[in-house]
Design a protein around this ligand. Structure first.
Ligand code: CMC
Length: 431
């Protein structure tokens, strides 16, 4: 067995370099020594879309995309989805270990008791147009929390970080609930501290005139499992944004707003919304083959399919499919399910999808469940954002505590391909 190094010969100069390999990676700054002259900046690696770049080390989430494996802090997602609760998983993701009973009680108490929003936030939400997208309301409102909690800027103070963590995990569902009620013209429903995290969220969405809202245990559990599945997914774009903004030492509310803005995109967390639109547009099972032909011809994508990391069935999609049937049993079968099942069947047998290793991802079935629960489709990415908040915070904290990263602003290089130096042309001489 040779040494853990990479021998590189630069054919421009004939020079040879030994570059150390650690954990299957080279340090990109080691490439800088490869230069043709003293003035040369040195070699950089070019990687649009971060196809093969690890910007950090992390101990939070493990994914093996070829095998379809997802683990939080070493625990398989299947076990967590079956045996745990969202708040317990949130604790695990943040602290690295499953909580003891007193730890879980303390964590749950603190999260539940930070769910109320400052009354001025209501006025803020009131100001949105009646048809404002709830994700736009969530992004701006969570960013606005930065102005209410100015202590949040003390990002290297552990006590302050803990406080902001309680607030963020607790208030995201309240903002989401208020945004939803605003969009359907209903009075805001305040948090109920007697309920579980997801039970309370259902209360803030659906409470009508009853004095006390009782969440249905099947829906409460379904939402809890969905939240567990969405809690973290290592270096996806929104987490990358959270770390990127965090690296500038912005406060966590601004960083979460930025991360949520990334999540809003249709290629990321906005995909579940697009899946429902796509299924409605297809309209009938019989139209699936012609829709697939269109996708193969390059006219649009099959939303809810494909993943940068998973080149196998997304393990989350498998669990979600099971949860979907529990919800349909209670609420009736979603008529779009037949179209989804037919899409999945045909796509999984089709060469185009097989060759490119395109399988259903987490977003393929989640929207069907949310719709059956009675939620309008523009709320789907909001639900994703609530669940992912703990993942963003855990990565943000990991970055701040990492001696290699805490004082390093995320600042990639570029390959400049623009004009060479040239002189200013007065306007009357321009063509
Ligand atoms: N439908 C049809 N073709 C696809 C799809 C799709 N959903 N996804 C990828 N392809 C094709 C793509 O056209 C390309 O083909 P070719 O090699 O002929 O050019 C090939 O597969 C590789 O695609 P890519 O864009 O290089 O793959 P990527 O890893 O950069 O993109 C993705 C990953 C998730 C952005 C992409 O698969 C996609 O757009 N999927 C639909 C949107 C979606 O469901 N997003 C949710 C992702 S899971 C939740 C989350 O983590 O946010």
């Amino acid at each position: 067995m040779g040494s853990d190094t990479l021998t590189v010969i630069d054919n421009r100069t004939g020079r040879q370099y030994e570059i150390p390999i650690h954990d299957g990676a080279i340090n990109a700054p080691d490439l800088r020594q490869i230069r043709v002259s003293e003035e040369d900046f040195g070699l950089v690696s070019y990687d649009p879309g971060f196809m093969n770049t690890a910007p950090c080390q992390s101990k939070i989430t493990f994914i093996d995309g070829d095998q379809g494996i997802l683990r939080y802090r070493g625990y398989p997602i299947e076990e967590l989805a079956e045996k745990s609760t969202y708040l317990e998983v949130a604790y695990l993701i943040l602290h690295g270990e499953l909580p003891t009973k007193p730890q879980l009680d303390d964590w749950s108490y603190n999260v539940i008791h930070h769910s109320i929003l400052h009354e001025n936030i209501k006025k803020f939400i009131d100001g949105f147009h009646h048809d404002a997208h709830p994700m736009g309301m969530l992004v701006s409102t969570v960013g606005a929390l930065s102005t209410f909690y100015t202590d949040a800027k003390h990002i290297f103070d552990a006590e302050s970080r803990t406080k902001q963590t309680y607030r963020l995990v607790a208030k995201m569902p309240t903002i989401a609930g208020f945004a939803y009620r605003h969009s359907i013209g209903m009075p805001y429903a305040y948090p109920d501290n007697d309920l579980s995290y997801t039970g309370n969220f259902l209360n803030m969405l659906f409470k009508m005139t009853e004095l006390k809202y009782q969440p249905h245990p099947v829906l409460e559990r379904a939402l809890d499992v969905l939240f567990i599945l969405h809690a973290d997914h290592e270096q996806n774009i929104s987490t990358n944004v959270m770390r990127g903004v965090g690296s500038a030492h912005s406060d966590p509310y601004c960083a979460v707003a930025a991360a949520a803005a990334a999540l809003y995109g249709p290629l990321h967390g906005g995909a579940n919304e697009q899946v429902l639109k796509m299924l409605s547009e297809i309209g009938h099972k019989d139209k699936v083959p012609s829709f697939i032909q269109k996708v193969k011809a390059g006219d649009g994508r099959l939303m809810g399919f494909g993943h940068r990391v998973y080149k196998n069935y997304d393990p989350r999609a498998k669990i979600i499919k099971k949860v979907a049937y529990d919800v349909f049993e209670l609420k009736g079968r979603n008529p779009l399910l037949d179209i989804a099942l037919e899409l999945e069947r045909i796509a999984l047998e089709d060469d185009y999808f097989i060759k490119r290793k395109l399988y259903p991802n987490v977003d393929f079935y989640s929207g069907l469940i949310y719709q059956s629960m009675g939620l309008q489709i523009d709320m789907f990415p909001v639900l994703f954002a609530i669940a992912r908040t703990i993942g963003w915070i855990a990565h943000w904290e990991e970055m701040l505590l990492d001696p290699e990263q805490k004082m390093k602003i995320a600042r990639p290089r570029q390959l400049y391909r623009g004009a060479e130096k040239r002189g200013y042309v007065p306007i009357e001489k321009r063509k």
